[in-house]
Design a protein. Structure first.
Length: 143
């Protein structure tokens, strides 16, 4: 679990972007979760992927690029190299994925969000939405 200061920083960020809709390369699952981590920890969970991700039409989380250019079979394998996987209920501030209830799951088969207690924050076309923690498929924390 994150410190009180990091959790406060997360909640401040979520309030700031509450009504900001999903937009590829600007405010999407990757930029949303990476910025949340930066606010909480002083660095994103995958800052080294950000320049590549935002550089044109190549999205590193697309399965074909994960395989051919990064050598990972799955998105989960890629995240496992960045963060520590959590097998139980994710703590506040954990990176999470779900394949339920969020329309933006195109490239990796799941949407990325941030755990905030009994729910997790994800992006939708209307801004931040909260899904029950039971809908979470995977979770990771900073190592």
């Amino acid at each position: 679990m994150g410190s009180d200061a990091s959790i406060n920083a997360l909640h401040t960020y979520l309030r700031e972007v509450a009504d900001e809709p999903f937009k590829w390369g600007v405010h999407d699952c990757f930029t949303f979760t990476n910025t949340a981590f930066r606010r909480m920890h002083g660095e994103g969970w995958a800052d080294d992927w950000a320049n590549r991700y935002l550089g044109g039409d190549k999205l590193p989380f697309k399965r074909t690029i994960l395989q051919s250019e990064y050598g990972f079979e799955t998105f989960e394998d890629a995240v496992d190299t960045k963060l520590k996987r959590v097998d139980n209920v994710p703590p506040r501030g954990a990176l999470v994925t779900t394949s339920e209830g969020v329309p933006r799951t195109w490239y990796v088969g799941a949407a990325m969000g941030i755990a905030v207690g009994s729910s997790a924050a994800f992006l939708s076309t209307d801004g931040v939405v909260y899904l029950p923690i039971e809908t979470i498929d995977n979770a990771w924390v900073k190592q």
